[in-house]
Design a protein around this ligand. Structure first.
Ligand code: CUA
Length: 169
């Protein structure tokens, strides 16, 4: 699968190079008029600068990062999740309803999206699976049943087939 993906990528890249070359060769040589010089004293420039600073300060405060330092209680269950092209590896696929589960999500190759669905259509929660990082995602499943894990980040040819099941008792 990997070598097929590589071959297909090389063929498509060659096609893009050919199209690009054709566009460059068939382009006319008409001269582009020079751009107007930038005016520092333009009032619109300063109005935009002042408005940008005010909007930034007003909307960035309070910083969302402050919540990350809060101490959290221990979860009832921890599940290690590793994504890789093109499957999910879960250290356990069974959890109890009403208990807090912490998914520790990472990736072995490229970015994936760890998304948990109910009835294949309702998105319950999601986080990124990133190489070199562990993202923690805490979930309490209220209803027993089967939940589907699907990939929410395009990651290659078989992205659509990257799924798993979580059984909630
Ligand atoms: Cu993994 Cu898309």
């Amino acid at each position: 699968m990997q070598s097929f993906a590589l071959t297909l990528s090389l063929v498509l890249m060659a096609a893009i190079v050919l199209i690009f070359g054709w566009v460059v060769l068939s382009a006319s040589t008409r001269e582009v008029p020079p751009a107007k010089p930038f005016r520092w004293r333009s009032p619109i420039f300063w109005i935009l600068i002042v408005a940008g600073v005010i909007i930034s300060v007003a909307t960035l405060s309070p910083w969302p990062m402050s919540g990350h330092t809060a101490s959290a209680s221990e979860p009832d269950q921890v599940i290690q999740v590793t994504g890789q092209q093109w499957r999910w590896e879960l250290s356990s696929d069974t959890v109890e309803s009403g208990k807090e589960v912490e998914f520790q999500v990472t990736s072995n190759d490229v970015n994936h999206g760890f998304a948990i669905y109910r009835d294949k259509t309702k998105l319950i929660t999601q986080t990124q699976a990133m190489p070199g990082f562990v993202n923690k995602l805490r979930v309490i499943f209220d209803e027993p049943g089967e939940y589907e894990v699907m990939c929410l980040e395009y990651c290659g040819l078989s992205h659509h087939a990257m799924s798993a099941t979580i059984f909630v008792r």
